[in-house]
Design a protein around this ligand. Structure first.
Ligand code: IVH
Length: 671
């Protein structure tokens, strides 16, 4: 190209403007004005000029949305104003109660105006625009501090890198815009189809897929996932003020920010209640998942007066929908064999869309559950999917049962290796430790995220490696060559090289990861961390006696027994030798960096319904927090379950933040 720098500069500016305009039409307004081919042509022209004049590439150029080199970790971002959570209501009557509470608080009895919004089921983010330019994008994190995911958010096409300037208005100094990043149903189902084909684990729901995509250290991966966003509010702002929430949303729309067109202004609570009912009807027809509606007081003065209580605003409420249920038929019931040999009955279903997500399997948990619900092959059943949960069979429609149907019983031998099964409480268990099903699941666990973290080692690869006799246990991975891998189906030079490289990279690891990856029963990542801290190396752990183990906090007789049993097995000792001879080295401990509870001290009190004490503790510690036995001024949070007692009173007395179990769960889930 023969162009001088001045011409290049001008043309780049023109192209940038045109492309940003079309980008807005396509991704924000959903109404493209040019063909894809024309858009691509303009983009290629811009790329060509920029590659000739790299010094003219602006950070907000439309070409810069393809992702950047991978990061080692995310930095943290402090939110200028905390990102709160929402109180919940389960139905329209509870919503009416909310309206009454507000009126009582404000001591008024005239109608209150609300803004009603779909509650997007994705991941909350904050976008900081300084003088109209996107400078930082962060996740919600613990509400005070989130992760810096700017590079990833810049790949989301619906997020403008520069705000549009409406006529006669100056760009505000600073705008912190909050919204929900999500993956629509169609791209979600496509992504899962692709992952299934390549043997990668599928995402349970669009929210997990969106969260997984946004928290990628490699923004090039994020760039390939068609993430979308709807914004719903503001945090800190400088240089602009509003009178109502509705007005702020309209203004943001003018700046080119994507606002859900289904958001509605309601004159009073009855209109808001109607909105909830209408959305409940519409929800299955939407191209994305919503899990309820959010109702917000419109007047910002009233909002300020209402303030907040235990980290939720008094002026807003989420009204949740019940879980989505559908009917389908059971094609087959089979037993799946897990890592520890447990046989789980799984129903193979006539595929059905449950709230837009295609479901073809449901867990039946164990034989007792099968008996209790009397689930049979050929039955028409009601299945349900709620948030994260694996789809499950809720009930059998007995009137539709085919006459010849028979009760299902788990097999008396392992369906994979034919070996003996024994009954352990509600579960049947295959006790052959070289059962191929167990070995495959073990290797999957071994190479997984909390384990040796072998990037790109999918289950299909593992299946082939085991079936072809290339590996019999996880340690064999460290003795594989590229030539071995090339003998497998669907591997070419490059992909084989990638796996070899990922295995190589995993050789240098930490002690907790090794302990976890061994797959000792009852030893999760948190116990592995405690053991690593306590014993310092594998040899010491190998020698540990049961009574010594029991002395360690968090380790009871059952866990201690699993550990000593594991190291009694000759095969397991040989496996460890083989790992070391395969070049695996480790550091004693790993720091939990960037955990959402880093530096925070918790006290647990009362009975928690969803977690055992030790689970809750493990979850907090896994996020870098500490759990202490007594409340003091240094305590950051008290999590109060049912019947909390004196620790709760002490917390109130000292002004320590008290979280309900619901709130704690919300924070854990990243709400
Ligand atoms: S407003 C103080 N509006 O729900 C108000 N939240 O539990 C904070 N969410 O973390 C949020 N759609 O991730 C608001 N239209 C909407 C929403 C919404 C989804 C999520 C958001 C937040 C969580 C609150």
């Amino acid at each position: 190209m023969t162009m001088d720098k001045k011409d290049a500069f001008d043309r780049i500016r023109q192209l940038k403007e045109t492309l940003n305009y079309h980008n807005h039409c396509y991704y924000v307004l959903d109404s493209p004005e040019v063909s894809d081919a024309e858009y691509d042509r303009l983009m290629r022209e811009l790329q060509a000029i920029e590659s000739e004049f790299p010094e003219l590439v602006a950070p907000d150029s439309p070409t810069q949305r393809v992702g950047a080199p991978p990061l080692d970790s995310f930095g943290t971002v402090e939110h200028a104003m905390p990102m709160l959570s929402l109180q919940n209501a389960m139905n329209a009557d509870e919503l009416r109660e909310f309206d009454k509470r507000i009126k009582r608080f404000l001591k008024i009895d005239k109608d209150i105006g609300y803004v009603a919004e779909p509650k997007m089921d994705g991941l909350a983010v904050e976008l900081t625009y300084e003088k109209g330019r996107l400078s930082i994008g962060s996740t919600r994190g613990d509400g005070f501090r989130g992760e810096n995911v700017t590079l990833n958010l810049k790949t989301v096409k619906a997020i403008p890198l520069t705000l549009r300037t409406p006529a006669n208005r100056k760009m505000p100094e600073k705008l912190d815009i909050r919204g929900e990043v999500f993956l629509a149903l169609e791209p979600f189902n496509n992504l899962n189809k692709e992952r299934e084909k390549s043997g990668e684990a599928v995402f349970a729901n669009p929210r997990n897929a969106a969260a997984g995509s946004l928290r990628q250290l490699n923004s090039k991966v994020t760039a390939k996932r068609p993430l979308d966003i709807y914004c719903y509010g503001l945090g800190d702002t400088r240089g602009i003020t509003f009178e109502s929430h509705w007005e702020s949303l309209q203004t943001l729309k003018g700046y080119g920010i994507k606002i859900n067109p289904l958001i509605k202004s309601c004159a009073n609570i009855e209109e808001a209640a109607r909105y909830f009912e209408e959305m409940a009807e519409q929800r299955n027809a939407l191209p994305y998942e919503i899990d309820g509606v959010v109702i917000k007081v419109n007047d910002l003065k009233l909002q300020a007066e209402l303030g907040e209580i235990s980290r939720s605003p008094r002026w807003a409420i989420a009204v949740k929908f019940p879980p989505v249920q559908e009917n389908t038929t059971i094609i087959d019931i089979f037993a799946s064999v897990g890592r520890t040999g447990a046989l789980t009955p799984v129903a193979k279903l006539e595929p059905v869309k449950v709230g837009g997500v295609i479901v073809s399997r449901a867990t039946l948990h164990n034989q007792d559950e099968v008996d209790r619900k009397d689930v049979r092959v050929g039955d028409t059943v009601v299945i349900q999917r709620a948030g994260d949960v694996i789809p499950e069979v809720v009930a059998v429609i007995k009137s539709k049962r085919p006459p010849e149907s028979q009760a299902y019983r788990l097999p008396q031998n392992c369906p994979v290796c034919g070996g003996q099964v024994i009954k352990e409480e509600a579960f049947l268990r295959c006790i052959n430790s070289s059962c191929p099903a167990q070995v495959k699941e073990w290797i999957k666990h071994f190479g997984g995220k909390n384990g040796m973290d072998i990037d790109g080692l999918g289950f299909k690869h593992i299946e082939q490696m085991v079936e072809r006799g290339l590996i019999q246990n996880p340690a064999d991975l460290y003795h594989l060559t590229k030539e071995d891998i090339l003998t497998l189906e669907r591997f070419a030079e490059k992909s084989a090289q990638n796996i070899v490289h990922a295995i190589e990279k995993s050789r240098k690891t930490t002690l907790p990861r090794i302990i976890y990856s061994l797959g000792i029963r009852n030893v999760g990542i948190q116990t592995a961390r405690v053991l690593a801290e306590e014993f310092g190396n594998i040899d010491n752990l190998k020698e540990a006696k049961e009574d010594r183990l029991i002395e360690i906090r968090d380790i009871g007789p059952e866990v201690a027994g699993s550990i000593t049993d594991f190291f009694k097995e000759k095969n397991n000792l040989a496996l460890i030798d083989k790992l070391i001879s395969g070049g695996v080295t480790y550091e004693r401990a790993e720091k939990v960096e960037g955990g959402k509870f880093e530096g925070k001290t918790f006290v647990l009190t009362g009975t928690l319904e969803s977690y055992s004490r030790s689970d809750a503790k493990a979850l907090i510690e896994a996020e870098g927090g500490k759990v202490s036995g007594s409340v003091s001024k240094k305590t950051d949070y008290v999590v109060a379950g049912v019947d909390p007692g004196s620790k709760y009173e002490k917390a109130v007395e000292l002004g320590v933040k008290v979280l309900s179990e619901e709130e704690f769960k919300g924070i854990m889930a990243g709400d």
